[in-house]
Design a protein around this ligand. Structure first.
Ligand code: PEP
Ligand code: MN
Length: 338
């Protein structure tokens, strides 16, 4: 249920209303807009008499929220959430590009890529240290050492870093990681999501391989219900019957998510399409569809990459993508690269 208040509500009436809601054992989510305040009620609101609340002087309107997700729901929080990652903004008017290799492979590799993507417009550096691989015989990532190397690249370039956490035992290694990625395969690892709710770092939550938009939103709800409000959603392609591409990029999920939630929504064209020559088209389409950013795989030598080389852009191709994305953002006219 949401209660829309009139502008400048009388303070003692507002406190009375808030105390009454809390006394019913409901959680309260307050959202202050430019003009009005919204109170979001989370819990069993079935016994609340809506007319009683509507009759209060300070109340403009009361509505039941049908969707099972509350904290992430735009009805609870009409304004876009803007997440600040060490000065890099994502959401609202700010578009942010995250780029880097699928996996950290060596100090030379991650530092060279970090320097080149920074010059070409990336605002954050990605790099996997703990890798979720389909085969146990494939490269599993450098682990804790990979995080150390990412931190070196961060020190050299100033770029905030994004890396994937696969299990809670790995968390101590992520103290200085700026954004924790929860990958597609863990989108419904509910224990991991609950733990992400207890920390205050931004979480980049990727859509599961076969997850619906609502399932993605419910997973974000797990994190927010635990208290962490810094969640970035990511469309990274879903499984369909198509085999020419690695996954099917669900561009339609971008505007749908943007209308259902106030959280920033970014796109990962690399994993979505899986073939480097199409990454540019998918990046431009995502920007035009209203995404708040992109996460793109870039490798200095894609042919030799230990993971996902086929979808990785060279630094030159990445520069072309980021420049073209800026033109699309100008054309659609509502966002600027942060
Ligand atoms: C990745 O970002 O390298 C990755 C494994 O992504 P996803 O979870 O979307 O497959
Ligand atoms: Mn990858």
């Amino acid at each position: 249920m949401i209660i829309l208040l009139k502008p400048n509500p009388n303070e003692s009436q507002l406190n009375y209303l808030i105390e009454w809601i809390k006394s019913l054992g409901l959680d309260l989510h307050e959202s202050q807009g430019k003009m009005t305040k919204i109170l979001g009620l989370v819990g069993d609101t079935s016994k609340i008499d809506m007319d009683l609340i509507k009759a209060m002087d300070i109340v403009e309107d009361v509505k039941r929220v049908q969707e099972p997700y509350k904290n992430v729901n735009r009805k609870f929080h009409p304004e876009d959430t803007v997440i600040d990652v060490n000065g890099v903004k994502i959401g609202g008017d700010s578009f942010a590009i995250i780029a880097g290799p699928c996996s950290v492979e060596s100090e030379e590799q991650i530092c060279a890529i970090a320097e080149s993507v920074k010059k070409s417009g990336a605002k954050m550096l990605r790099g996997g240290a703990f890798k979720p691989r389909t085969s146990p015989y494939s490269f599993q990532g450098m682990g804790a050492e990979g995080i150390e190397l990412l931190l070196k690249a961060k020190e050299r370039t100033g770029l905030p870093i994004v890396s994937e956490l696969m299990s809670l035992e790995q968390l101590p290694h992520f103290k200085e990681v700026d954004v924790i990625q929860i990958g597609a395969r863990n989108m419904q690892n509910f224990e991991l999501l609950k733990a992400m709710g207890k920390i205050d770092k931004p979480i980049l939550l990727k859509r599961g391989l076969s997850s619906t938009i609502e399932e993605l939103l419910m997973s974000a709800e797990y994190i927010m219900a635990g208290g962490n409000k810094n969640v970035i959603l990511c469309e990274r392609g879903i499984r369909t019957f198509e085999t020419y591409t690695r996954n099917t990029m669900d561009i339609s999920a971008i505007p749908v998510l943007k209308s259902l939630t106030h959280l920033p929504v970014i796109a990962d064209p690399s994993h979505a399409i899986g073939i480097s020559k199409y990454v540019k088209s998918m990046s431009l389409a995502s920007a035009a569809a209203g995404a708040d950013g992109l996460i793109i795989e870039v490798h200095n030598n894609p042919a030799k990459a230990l993971c996902d080389g086929a979808q990785s852009l060279t630094p030159e191709a990445f520069l072309e993508v980021s420049t073209s994305v800026e033109s699309v953002l100008k054309a659609v006219g509502n966002k600027k690269c942060s």
